[in-house]
Write a protein that binds this ligand. Structure first.
Ligand code: 4NP
Length: 170
């Protein structure tokens, strides 16, 4: 992990209230799933009062919609009910959130364009940085044009990444 990421995580660990924004392209598959996975882990750890958790998309195709039905079905099989309503990421998110986590390099590049200042850029940490290296993924692949295995892979990667994220910040 980069030095600046370690510094950000260190600062966050000391805060009583923390906020995280997960970001993908459509905000109907990967990022609402990340939000749901992380929320469930935070609740299981009894830390729900310490966290503000949300997700957003860099695109605007699905604003107001619930997550993709396929993502909801796969998440439900793991006991997660995804009820987020799609929204687009905006400049104010860089004030409102401590850490902003894109799912892939395109999301990261688009987020960097929205960031209002050089300091804001330091809040961006790709999800793959938290995923177990043994899973051999350096991004969370877009499942939108994939079959069931694509959605399962996303969830497996997100469980790994969210678990590490929470342990690094607790
Ligand atoms: P997500 O997946 O970025 O994980 O939400 C996608 C959802 C919709 C589209 C692309 C990716 N789309 O092109 O509509």
């Amino acid at each position: 992990m980069k030095e600046k990421t370690l510094r950000l995580l260190d600062t966050l660990r000391r805060k009583d209230r923390k906020s995280v924004l997960f970001v993908c392209l459509g905000n109907i598959c990967r990022s609402p799933a990340a939000e749901g996975v992380f929320r469930a882990m935070v609740e299981e750890a009894g830390q729900q009062d310490c966290w503000h958790i949300d997700s957003a998309g860099t695109g605007r195709y699905h604003i107001g919609q619930l997550p993709d039905n396929r993502m909801r079905v796969h998440a439900r099989r793991r006991g997660l009910e995804l009820t987020h309503r799609c929204r687009q990421v905006c400049e104010a998110d860089f004030d409102d959130f401590d850490i902003i986590i894109p799912m892939d390099a395109d999301n990261e590049a688009n987020l960097r364009r929205v960031a209002p200042s050089p300091e804001a850029l330091d809040k961006i940490v790709p999800m793959a940085e938290f995923v177990d290296m043994a899973m051999r993924y350096d991004y969370i692949p877009d499942p939108y044009y994939e079959g069931a295995e694509g959605f399962e892979l996303v969830l497996d990667l997100l469980y790994s990444g969210c678990s590490r994220l929470l342990s690094l910040l607790s």
